[in-house]
Every structure is written in structure tokens, then in C-alpha cells.
Write a protein that binds this ligand. Structure first.
Ligand SMILES: [Zn+2]
Length: 710
């Protein structure tokens, strides 16, 4: 490390800088750090920076050099490029693949791969078998999707195919074989591989009624195809969709691996894939604010659930499906991209067109800035994993999941997200026993492996927080080792439906549960609620106050006698472990309203009932999302800080610089140096009883506090 040159001190630069919360920059050689390798692959827990140029066919006469120069300038090390399917950007010999007329006689894909490989950029070939050019579709009506009323689906001249037809089932493999055997690809990506849904404009033509679907459904179930969601056999059809989709993914991915085992496979599900795709943005046009933790939700779900795959979450540059030629809010996109980066996931960016052609260039300098930062500090993004004491078991889709991410981010809790489907399997990076607290967030206990794992965790002394009413759904299908008695519930007497003017009464003795705000004796409860009878040893807190009068004001009150015996929180000692059960959907409530009383209750149950403390003590603003990762090779750990303070709902503005934030934490190993990576400066720190204490002078849009081990 270099010291501050005396000349700066003489000029008063460091002094005035200190007053402003700025410190002189110092050099640091990041290439000297040896992060080691996670599993020896080039693609798992490695510093990937992918740019996907979703390529309009008309640009196929472009100069390849210009295209590649723009990728190099943006510090990308992986490109995803439209190769075959809807349009073949190479001289395909297959008569069922439409050759791009705009490329003329050139070997467009061949030229591109040669040029990107010269610059050490990996090439992922994008295929889309969901639609056909009409010149091919007209010859093969049996390959096409057929809507409820017997019509094919055509949008912008392209005709939708059906995954049960021979194009998907057989000829897609011919296309893949041709491309894999002709070009030195690094990977394969599938777009929209699955059953035909709504068109880009949102028009849905119903369950496919093509001959292949009819035949396969009949063979599989003995039934006729349903035509609507109200059909009595719709659940059999949904299961059929799942099974046939999975069968096709397996067939295609097995075929790719057999043809070239070195190729990685990138897709939206976990069947045979190396990278699981997800997207931040790129939705149909809609009103209202975006979910600021969207990328966090996407990447942490994969990082916490699979050790053998990586999440490549795409920051979708364009504003909406119907506005593909202009950018979304650059501050929103930056926040999502930072979430990818500071949770230790690859970077991914989608532009519809190329970096050269795109007309709205507002966000492009930020892409370059963040990608270049990532490239400069590659060792810090290599072979890292989160340092978390909480496992949040939840499914990505719901409001409950988003609400708990919101709470954890605002309160700087350190958590991993685990998909319930992976519990008890062999792909988990960490087992439940490694966590101080497991939160089961509105998950139905229908899966035997999940029920067994959660039950074992508690028996061995674990602390379990169960949120939401879904835990009782299908519990009898789980295993006898987990029952509602584990949670201190003897029986569910009834389910109280979501209704207005419904409260929880907070008694003086309930106050001990609360954290932060305590100045209330009524709490909102606008959710589905399980009315539970408790087992003798269990303890209930808060009481359900069912719907009461709320208008006009003259009659807005309740009687004490209306307060029920049914608790809003149940505490139980179960074997060696402890459980807390909140039998209503509090996660979704927090997502909908961010209510202080709900926050106080959730934090209180974690801290006061289950005695789980934050592993990081800080006065950090709730608008800063904090992450913590450590190198598996024992070289360093770091905390990432994403400044969301510019989030004002629909208009996301520049974040406010936040000054003088204190941090206290216990590093995994003794620390010799603490450095702010974005500010390019070292930080003075104190070490007390193995805890590091320091102050971060300023956090602009993001920061990384790096601790180098002795
Ligand atoms: Zn079909």
C-alpha cells in the first residue's frame, strides 16, 4: 500500500478531504490476490460479464470488427448471440431453418466467433425454436401451435410452434447438431423454450389443441385435452405440461452434452443447465414502481440453492416489451446490475440491437463503468460465497418472498435464499444445520424431504421461524416427523379469511416481543389467518380481533369481548430447538405496505424470542442493501453496499451520498488491511475481541469494504 504523498498534506488536500468525508486515493494491486477456483470450470462462481445483443436480422451486413470493439470497450467477456432457430445467422444447410437474407453469402456467425475468440470473449449461441418463418410454417402445419378455436398464432409474421410437434422434438436437435459441429461454440442458450403462451402484445389463444398435444395427452392420461382453465381435468393437464417440458429439456440437454460435453447450457430452468437465466425488467408495459430488489431475488435464489450452477440474471435494458428501442430508467437498471455484482453473481445485460446501433444511449456509459470495475477487480468476484447466518426458504414468485427480502435488506440481516424444492437434495451449497436461523416463508409442507429436513433441523437444536398460513396446506402429505405440533399447534380450528378492519390486539406482556416501535396496542392484520389451538407447552402472543365496525366514525369501535383467544404468534420449545410460528401471511403484508408494526414484530421474534442477533452491527441507512461474501480460498472477505436512496417509486433518481456509516463485524479470519474498493482508499480500523470496527466516510452509488486476511 502506498502512503499519502506529503505534498498533498502540505496542500491541505487530505485535511479538507477528510472534512468532506473524502480520503486520498491509493493504489492497490488486485492481481496479487489468489482467489483459487471453485470447481475448476470457467463458468461457475467466476467473474462472468455477459452482454446479450438480441439481434434484429436487418443488421447482418454490419462490420464485425465494430461490433466486437464495442464489446471489448464495455469489458464484456461473454457474448450471447442469435445463432439459429427463428433466423439462422449462418449458411444453414437445413431446409427447415430460415436463413437470414440480410447476411448475403457471408459466414456471419463464423466471422463473429473468430473475432470474439481473438479477444478472449466466450460465445454463447442463442436458439429460439418457439416460432417459424411462414415459408417453413406453411409446409409443416403439424409443427404448429393451435389455439382453442383452431387458429395458429401469428405475430409480426412469425408463426408459433408447439413443443410436442416434430420441429421441437426432432428437428431442433438437427439444428443444434449442425451449429455445434460447424462452430467452436462455448455454450447454448434457449429462448422461450416451452408451451406457447400469450403473444408479445399479451393476447392468449388458449391451451394448444394440435394433433401432437391431443395424441400425447390421450396416451398419457386417457383424457381429452381441456380447453380452458375451468376444465375439470386442468390439474392433469398442468402436470402433463410439466412432465413433457421436463422430458424435452432433458432430451435436448443430453443431446448437447453427448455432441460436445464442453458446452455450457444456459436456460430458464435447472434441468441440465450450467447457468440459470432470469431477467430484471423487460416485462410488458405496466404502471407503478418496480421491485427494487428484483435482481437480488433472482440471483440469491440460485446461489443459495445450487452449488453446481450459477445464476446469470439479465438486466434487461429496454423499457418494456412494447418499447424495445429505448432504455429503462438508468438508475433502476444500475441498482439491479449492482445487486447481481455485489451478491457475487455474474453480470448480464441485454440490448435489443447492438451496442453500436442502439439509439437510447443513456445507460450505456454505466454498463461500461460497472463492467470495467468488475474486470479490474476480478479476483474479488472469483470463488466467493455469502457469509450468512439465516436461511430463508421461499419460492421466488410471491409477495411473501419479496416482503422478506425487503425486510432483510432494510435491516441488514445476512441471509441466503433456498428454494424449497432443493431442500434435502444433493445440490445445496450449505446444509440447514449450518444456519443459526431457518425461516420457512409461506411454504406448503407437502414435500417429504422438506418436512424431514426442517424437522431434523429443529430436533438438533435449530431455531425455526415459520411464517404464513401455507404451512398447514397438505401437511399430511409430508412426513410424520414434522407436524403442526412441532410449532406448538394442537389443531387449526378454522381459517379466518383476509378482511378489512381486522387487527391483532397487543397486550402489555406482548410488548416484550417487539423491536423498535412499541407505542401501539393494535396492529393491522389484513391476511389469511389460521385460528390455532395450542399444545400445553406452547405460548401464544397477540390476539386476533376479527372484523369490527369501521364506518361511519360514530360507530367505529370494538368491544373487549370481541378479542378472540387465537394468537398471532406462537412460541414453542421443540426437542432441543425453538420455533416461532406466525400463522398469517406477514411477508406479503410487509411487501404491500412496509408497515412499521409488522417490521417491529418480525424483528422482535427473531431477536427477542429466538435470540438471533445481527451478525453486522451498523447505523447504516435502511436504503443501503448490505451483502457479505468471503473467498473460499481464505484470502479475503468483503461487504457490498448498494445505495438505493434514489428510489422514489416510479421516478428512480441518483442516490444521495451517505456519509460516516459505522460498521462492526466479526471477520472469519484475522484481518491485516481494510480497503474501500470503489473509493480506492484504505480505511482505519479497530480490532476489539475479534470484531472489526470502522467508519465508512462516504457511500456513493455503491461501495465494497474489502478485508484482506493476515
Ligand atoms: Zn400442441
Amino acid at each position: 500500500m502506498k502512503t499519502i504523498p506529503n505534498i498533498l498534506i502540505l496542500l491541505g488536500v487530505s485535511l479538507s478531504g477528510a472534512v468532506l468525508g473524502q480520503t486520498a486515493k491509493t493504489d492497490f494491486d488486485y492481481t496479487a490476490i489468489q482467489p483459487g477456483s471453485y470447481d475448476g470450470t470457467w463458468w461457475n462462481r467466476t467473474p462472468i460479464r455477459l452482454i446479450q445483443t438480441n439481434f434484429p436480422a436487418v443488421y447482418a451486413s454490419m462490420a464485425v470488427d465494430d461490433y466486437v470493439d464495442a464489446l471489448v470497450d464495455a469489458s464484456a467477456n461473454t457474448v450471447l448471440f442469435n445463432t439459429g432457430g427463428i433466423v439462422a445467422n449462418y449458411q444453414t444447410k437445413l431446409d427447415f431453418q430460415y436463413r437470414n437474407p440480410h447476411m448475403g453469402e457471408r459466414d456471419f456467425v463464423g466471422e463473429l466467433i473468430e473475432h470474439v475468440h481473438e479477444k478472449d470473449i466466450k460465445y454463447i449461441a442463442r436458439f429460439d425454436f418457439s416460432k417459424l418463418h411462414p415459408s417453413i410454417a406453411d409446409k409443416h402445419p403439424e409443427w404448429l401451435y393451435v389455439g382453442t378455436y383452431g387458429q395458429n398464432q401469428t405475430f409480426n409474421g412469425l408463426v408459433s410452434t408447439c413443443i410436442n410437434g416434430a420441429y421441437y422434438q426432432e428437428h431442433s436437435l438437427d439444428i443444434l447438431k449442425e451449429a455445434i459441429e460447424t462452430y467452436p461454440l462455448d455454450g447454448i442458450f434457449f429462448n422461450m423454450m416451452g408451451y406457447t403462451g400469450a403473444t408479445y402484445s399479451g393476447e392468449y389463444h388458449g391451451i394448444c389443441q394440435c394433433g401432437s398435444c391431443k395424441r400425447r395427452f390421450k396416451e398419457s392420461t386417457g383424457l381429452d385435452l381441456p380447453t380452458s382453465n375451468d376444465d375439470s381435468h386442468i390439474s392433469e393437464y398442468r402436470r402433463f405440461q410439466q412432465e413433457t417440458s421436463r422430458e424435452l429439456y432433458t432430451k435436448v440437454t443430453d443431446f448437447i452434452k453427448a455432441t460436445n460435453p464442453n458446452l455450457i447450457i444456459y436456460n430458464y430452468n435447472d434441468v441440465g443447465t450450467s447457468w440459470i437465466a432470469s431477467e430484471s425488467g423487460g416485462t410488458p408495459l405496466r404502471n407503478g414502481p418496480e421491485y427494487i430488489y428484483n435482481a437480488t431475488n433472482n440471483v440469491k435464489q440460485v446461489l443459495g440453492s445450487y452449488k453446481d450452477v450459477s445464476p446469470v440474471n439479465l438486466t434487461m435494458g429496454f423499457l418494456a416489451i412494447g418499447y424495445r428501442n429505448i432504455m429503462n430508467n438508468p438508475n433502476l437498471l444500475r441498482g439491479w446490475m449492482l445487486e447481481n455484482m455485489l451478491h457475487g453473481a455474474p453480470l448480464g445485460f441485454v440490448v435489443v440491437g447492438t451496442l453500436n446501433h442502439y439509439e437510447d444511449r443513456v445507460f450505456l456509459p454505466k454498463v461500461k463503468e460497472l463492467y470495467t470495475f468488475h474486470k479490474t477487480h476480478e479476483p474479488l468476484f472469483t470463488n466467493v460465497q455469502s457469509v450468512s447466518n439465516i436461511a430463508l426458504i421461499q419460492d421466488r414468485g410471491g409477495e411473501d418472498a419479496r416482503g422478506m427480502i425487503r425486510l432483510a435488506s432494510e435491516e441488514h440481516l445476512m441471509y441466503d435464499i433456498i428454494n424449497p424444492s432443493q431442500i434435502g437434495g444433493t445440490r445445496l451449497p450449505r446444509q440447514l444445520e449450518d444456519y443459526e436461523l431457518v425461516i420457512l416463508n409461506n411454504v406448503a409442507m407437502t414435500d417429504k424431504e422438506l418436512a424431514t429436513a426442517v424437522s431434523d433441523y429443529v430436533k438438533k437444536g435449530g431455531k425455526l421461524l415459520v411464517l404464513g398460513s401455507a404451512v398447514a396446506n397438505g401437511i399430511e402429505k409430508g412426513t410424520g416427523t414434522f407436524s403442526l405440533e412441532t410449532l406448538g399447534v394442537a389443531s387449526v380450528v378454522d381459517v379466518f379469511p383476509k378482511a378489512q378492519a381486522t387487527y391483532l390486539k397487543v397486550s402489555p406482556t406482548d410488548q416484550q416481543l417487539l423491536s423498535q416501535s412499541k407505542e401501539f396496542s393494535l396492529m393491522m392484520m389484513n391476511a389469511r389467518f389460521l385460528q390455532c389451538e395450542l399444545t400445553p407447552g406452547a405460548k401464544g402472543y397477540l390476539r386476533l380481533l376479527p372484523t369490527n365496525l369501521y364506518g361511519p366514525a360514530e360507530v367505529t369501535w370494538y368491544e373487549e369481548s370481541q378479542i378472540t383467544q387465537y394468537p398471532g404468534v406462537v412460541y414453542n420449545d421443540s426437542g432441543e430447538g425453538k420455533t416461532v410460528f406466525i400463522p398469517w401471511d406477514i411477508g406479503a403484508e410487509y411487501e404491500q405496505r412496509g408497515n412499521y408494526a409488522h417490521r417491529s414484530l418480525l424483528l422482535g421474534t427473531i431477536k427477542n424470542l429466538l435470540s438471533v442477533d445481527n451478525t453486522v452491527e451498523t447505523d447504516m441507512s435502511p436504503t443501503i442493501e448490505l451483502t457479505r461474501l468471503a473467498n473460499r480460498n481464505g484470502q479475503f472477505e468483503w461487504m457490498g453496499m448498494i445505495n438505493h436512496s434514489g428510489f422514489l417509486g416510479n421516478s428512480v433518481r441518483e442516490p444521495i451520498t451517505i456519509t460516516n456509516t459505522s460498521l462492526k463485524f466479526k471477520p472469519l479470519k484475522p484481518v491485516k488491511q481494510v480497503r474501500l474498493v470503489n473509493a480506492e482508499t484504505d480505511v482505519a480500523f479497530k480490532e476489539v475481541d475479534g470484531w472489526i470496527e470502522c467508519t465508512i466516510p462516504r457511500i456513493a452509488d455503491f461501495e465494497m469494504l474489502l478485508c484482506l486476511y493476515e
